[in-house]
Design a protein around this ligand. Sequence first.
Ligand code: TXA
Ligand code: MG
Length: 333
Amino acid sequence: METKVLTVDPAHPEPAAIADAAAVLRRGGLVAFPTETVYGLGANALDAAACARIFAAKGRPPNNPIIVHAADMETARQVVTSWPESASRLANRFWPGPLTLVLPKNTAVPDLVTAGGPTVAVRVPARPVALALLRAAGVPVAAPSANLSGQLSPTRAEHVLRSLNGRIDVIVDGGPAPGGLESTVVDLSRSPPRLLRPGLIGPSAIETIVGPVERLATAGQPDAVLRSPGLLPRHYAPRAPLECVETAAEARVSELASQGLRIGWLTFGQPRQRLLAGVTTIVMPTDPAEYAAHLYAVLHELDDAGVERIVVDLPPDSEEWLTVRDRLRRASA
Ligand code: TXA
Ligand code: MG
C-alpha cells in the first residue's frame, strides 16, 4: 500500500486533513499521529480486524497489549467496566497527558487489544493533533508507538516513515512529539496501584494523588512481563549495540575507538576529552525533561549515521532520572 503523509499545523491542525485521517480510521485503516510523548500507530479500538492490522504492520507479538486513546474522560470510561475514585482523581489531575491507566476492560474492546487479558490500558493524550483526530474519529483509538516492534519509538514523522512506509495508510505529520518518551502506565485494577512503566509523570507525583504505589524494582520479573510487556528487558532499542556506563565512559569510548569502531557517545555534561577519531560526541542535556525530549531523536540520528556502537554516560541514579535510565537500560539489554 502507499503511505500518504498529511502535514498539519501542530497547534491548529487543518480540519480537512484531520477529517481525511479520521475517515481512514473509521473504515478500519491505520493512521500514525503525534501525541505529546511519541508518535502512535492508531486503529479503531473497537474494530478487531483494524487492530489486527497494527500487529501485522509492526510485527508486534500478540502477547503485547495496546494502549487505547480517548478524546476525553467520558470516552475513556466507555472502554472499562469499573472506574474507581483513584481513576477520577488521576484523570482530573493529569489528563489530557502522558498517564495511562489500566482498568478492567469492557467486552466492546477486542481481546487482541488487551492481549487476551481482563484489563485495558487507556489514556487521553495532550497534543492538539491527537485530540482533534480522536474527536473527528468518534471512536477510541488503539495506538502503540509507530515503529516496527522492538525498535526505537518515533518522535518525528520522518522516523515513522522510515520504519513503516508502505505498511500503513496515513501519517499525520504534526511536527516533533515534544515529550520524547512513552507515557507512565499505572495499574489501577489492583490495590495498591502498581507502576507498570515509568514515564514522563514520576511516581511521587502519582502518589501525592492516590497514596502509595507499588514500584517494580527491576524489569523482567515474569509477572511484570505478562502484565506489561513494555517491561521486557530489551525494548526501545537502536540498531547499533548500546552500552551504559556509570563511570569512566571516556576509557571505554577510547578502547572501542581504538578497535576501529565508529562510536556514538552520549555524554552527560561536558566530556573532558572531546576529540576522538571516529567518535561522534553528543552532549546530552542535564535537565531530565530536556534529556527525555531528545533521547530517541539522538539515537535515531546515530543509527542513520551508521555508528557501530553507542556508549552512554548514565545520568544520576535518582527519581527524576528514573524514566531516562529505564529506557537506556532497555535499549542496552
Ligand atoms: O506514550 C505512549 O504511551 C505511546 C503513545 C503512542 O501514546 N504509546 C505506547 O504504546 O507506548 P505501546 O503499545 O508501545 O505500549 C503499550 C504498553 C505495553 O507494552 C504495556 O507495558 C502497557 O502499555 N499496556 C498496554 N495495555 C496493557 C494492559 N492491558 N495491561 C497492562 N499493561 C498494558
Ligand atoms: Mg512501543
